[in-house]
Design a protein around this ligand. Sequence first.
Ligand code: NA7
Length: 548
Amino acid sequence: MDSEKPDVLIVGAGFAGMYAVHRFRELGLSIKVLEAGSDVGGTWFWNRYPGARCDVPSLEYSFGFSAELEQEWHWPEVFSAQPEILNYANHIADKFDLRRDIQFNTRVSRVEYLDEENLWSLTSEAGEVFKAKFCIMATGCLSVPNKPDIPGDEDFAGLKLHTGLWPKESIDLAGKRVGIIGTGSSAVQAIPELAKAAGHLTVFQRTPVYTVPANRKAMRDAVESEFKENYRLIRERQWNNRGGVSNFRPNRSVPSKSKRGMGGGRRGDAGLIKSISPEQRQAMIDQRGLEVILNFTDVYTDPGANEIANDLFRSTVREMIDDAEVAEKLLPQDYGLGCKRQVLDRDYYSTFNRDNVTLVDLKQTPIERITPNGLTTEDTEYDLDVLIYATGFDAMTGALLKLNITGRDGRQLTDKWEFGPVAYLGLQMEGFPNLFTVTGPGSPSVLCNMLVAIEQHVNWIGDCIKYLDGKGLNSIEPLPESEQRWVQQVNKVADGTMFTAPSCNSWYLGANIEGKPRIFMPYVGGFPQYRVHCEAETDEGYPGFSVV
Ligand code: NA7
């Protein structure tokens, strides 16, 4: 079946796809969005696990394209939980009447460029075919759940769940024996809530995590008002901050000068950890909490400073855990702070003091198999009613590679990216004309406030399409040399940071997925620097691209 032909096909109705509908309509383009889920929200539609929450303050993790939207929306908490963020997505969909251009329950399984027609052809799992000149992949950076292949998984007789595919229906865990595999960000958020709800919770940990307490304040009227009065300044500051956050501080005349962007735990610049005495360090932790260690700039570049911070982290955590053996298991030993995305928690460590929580160290006793009754490690059989995989995502490239994208002259994206993602500015790939990625690999994306990154990308793509249309041009794709230069640049700026330390194994590097090439995927040079590159292309008539 051949459906009607819009100007632009968009895959995904998360925040990126949603804003693209609004922006492209403003530009006079016709759009069709194909979305696998039954409604809008993307990440916030799928990740409904108990405790799910954003690690960027909500007044910052919000769209800036509509002053009316900014003013009318109320966030009940400083860092909002998933249901509130999903409410926000639904409000936007209603307010801007987005759903009329979105086809839900439609999972795209094939994406193919038709050379002779200069069209992209998208096929859904149900066999529906859609065609358009332009195709936008708004498929998200953390949208393909990673489910490790553990022997016996299919035999489990109880309820199996994945944090990234959590069902809409509420799940009654009262009295149940629950097991959770993983101790990344999702698990750290879920574990305290699961422990409260379940009869018993067993946490299967392979690698301990560095986590610091999250800000858990309710929104105060005065803070909200001051933010809303200053939103234009705040948006400008976001666009000029490396992580896309303004760090605006209500009731202070001078907003923070923090250069560090992401990670809700970071609050301004505390100077160099090496330049102050052990007593001063301890005094800072006592006054400002453990999270202060994230604010020392040398922690991210100087291995010696990093080790000082790690030691402080460990000694503080030891004090929080009643059982010394459990405490030692929970302490990261073989990688440093700043290698992975910073995790924020609410009562994570104190949860391990509860009688109904058991920690299993999989490094000491690896999982052998899943059985009908539960899970067996090398020395123990754990009976479980519910088994939760909190095992993360095939990040950044997973969603794109899964789509079977075929470009010009039959080129396969899977071949092009065999040794890691190759893209120009994280926006386009050579050999794939008129195909754009929103927050793709090689852009700041996951190192930036995602909503700010999305607005910048969608605006750039919209301007590019209008440029082509205005000049009667057929197609755009990067020059091979631009792409190569950019990939080198992305690697260069990541070199020497804690992100790429040899001891570091993060999803930023693809290290969480077996067989995935080890490449640092996001651009760590900062959002303002990145924008300079993007704007130079727009201003100078796309010199880094082949425009036909
Ligand atoms: P993460 O951060 O990738 O964490 C996944 C966790 O699952 C991590 O602790 C892994 O341990 C563990 N894992 C993965 N595979 C296995 C197997 N086979 N056995 C045991 N344990 C395993 O994913 P999250 O969903 O928590 O967070 C992803 C991002 O979402 C987060 O950074 C935020 O930006 C939002 P490992 O470290 O691999 O030893």
